[in-house]
Design a protein around this ligand. Structure first.
Ligand code: GLV
Ligand code: MN
Ligand code: MN
Length: 413
């Protein structure tokens, strides 16, 4: 990569911010993070973001969903002039026991990139925004990228407000407790109009960059993917006194569903995961009266992914089970001209696809010019405390991001 390396101030700023975040939302001594939307941890992360933006004199706004946007320059004057801004950033929430990089690298990286640009004396010809998207992982309410889906209208406000967490707390109630007005939720055209281009820096969640021998790559597309809730009914009864032949055991349907998903994924060339289940009444000595599993299915071919779901549906129907789609994101191609331009600017960095979902994909599907930069992850592990990238590679990614903003927000663009 030929991009100028980060200067000392931006690099040490990155290290300081990374250090600040290390303690926020740590889950015991597991090394992983629990940073769910609209919780105390999320509040602390949002306050941290607001503080960093204030320290840089950026103007912070929140949209109808509570996503945070910090602006260097006036985004509305740019809209009025027909030349909207360039936005960078990502999210700060996590999956259960998540890693440190998925999300925070893009937010911290965006702040450090602005430090680099200012150190270089860069004068943006159009505003530069930094976003912290709310609830990207959907870890609490089930729908991933809820922040970007609501403001683009991909997730309706009524449905979003009614989504409930494991304790039955709705998103509306959680937002109210966090000091937000859930009545405000909805498509936010004013916010969307301010985004001329969005570039999200992210840790790679695979090993393509390791194989290619590059610290940074440019994103081309996201696999189609979705989440389905599978409910299997049963009848609670005593584990010792109920004959096998007399049981209505919800667990059997759930087990059959999990095996069917795996087999169908193998035959269809997809991936399928059941990483969350809920069993009632949840007693060791009680037959399950209901069992719910959440299926996450993805692949390069949307029809093949949907065939996996059909096979699962067929299997659970034998157990009177019900499959309900909770979200679906079609194949997402990032803006081809923007991808080419970024790859060329960054001296021909590799262009790679991903099976992971991102807010950049939701914006792209809403017609907003979007792209991504990925930072090498030596093991490829993600959504786990083992997720990692070296500081040198992160700094390469931030330098690349600053270079891209110089190009996209510069006078010549
Ligand atoms: C988000 O990280 C997802 O791909 O599930
Ligand atoms: Mn993630
Ligand atoms: Mn992410």
């Amino acid at each position: 990569m030929s991009t100028t390396p980060l200067h000392g101030g931006a690099a040490s700023g990155f290290r300081r911010m990374w250090h600040d975040l290390e303690a926020l939302g740590l889950e015991g001594d597991s090394g992983g993070y629990h940073r769910f939307a609209w919780t105390r941890e999320d509040h602390d992360l949002r306050e941290w973001f607001a503080g960093e933006c204030a320290d840089r004199g950026l103007d912070l706004t929140t949209d109808r969903m509570g996503n945070q946007w910090a602006w260097w320059g006036d985004p509305d004057a740019a809209v009025a002039a027909g030349d909207p801004g360039v936005v960078i950033g990502s999210h700060l929430d996590s999956v259960p026991n998540g890693g440190a990089f998925d999300g925070p690298l893009g937010v911290v990286g965006a702040l450090a990139a602005v430090d680099q640009l200012r150190h270089d004396g860069f004068a943006p010809a159009r505003p530069v925004g930094i976003v912290n998207f709310a609830d990207e992982e959907g870890a609490r309410f089930g729908v991933a990228c809820a922040g970007s889906r609501v403001i683009t209208g991909a997730l309706g406000a009524d449905r979003a407000r009614g989504l409930a967490d494991n304790d039955g707390v709705t998103m509306a109630e959680a937002m109210r407790r966090a000091g937000r007005d859930p009545a405000a939720l909805g498509r936010d055209d004013e916010t969307l109009a301010r985004i001329g281009a969005f570039v999200e820096l992210h840790v790679e969640q695979g090993r393509l960059l390791v194989d290619l021998g590059h610290s940074v790559g440019v994103g081309s597309d996201i696999w189609p993917h979705g989440r389905w809730r599978v409910d299997v009914p049963g009848e609670a009864n005593h584990a010792g006194t109920t004959a096998l032949a007399e049981r209505e055991d919800a667990m059997l349907g759930l087990a059959a569903m999990i095996i069917a998903a795996r087999r169908a994924a193998e035959t269809q060339g997809c991936v399928a995961t059941v990483g969350k289940v809920q069993v009632l009444p949840g007693g060791v000595n009680a037959i399950a009266s209901s069992a719910t599993g959440w299926l996450d299915a993805r692949g390069s071919d949307a029809d093949a992914v949907l065939r996996v779901v059909t096979e699962v549906r067929d299997v659970v129907s034998d157990f009177d089970g019900l499959v309900t789609q909770e979200s679906w994101t079609p194949t997402t191609d990032f803006d081809p001209a923007l991808v080419r331009r970024i790859a060329t600017r960054l001296d021909g960095l590799p262009v790679i696809g991903t099976g992971a979902g991102h807010d950049a994909g939701i914006l792209a599907n809403a017609g907003i010019r979007s792209a991504m930069l990925f930072v090498r992850n030596p093991t490829g592990v993600s959504h786990s405390p083992d997720e990692w990238a070296s500081a040198d590679d992160c700094l390469d990614g931030i330098a690349a991001l600053a270079d891209v903003v110089t190009d996209l927000a510069g006078a010549g663009a």
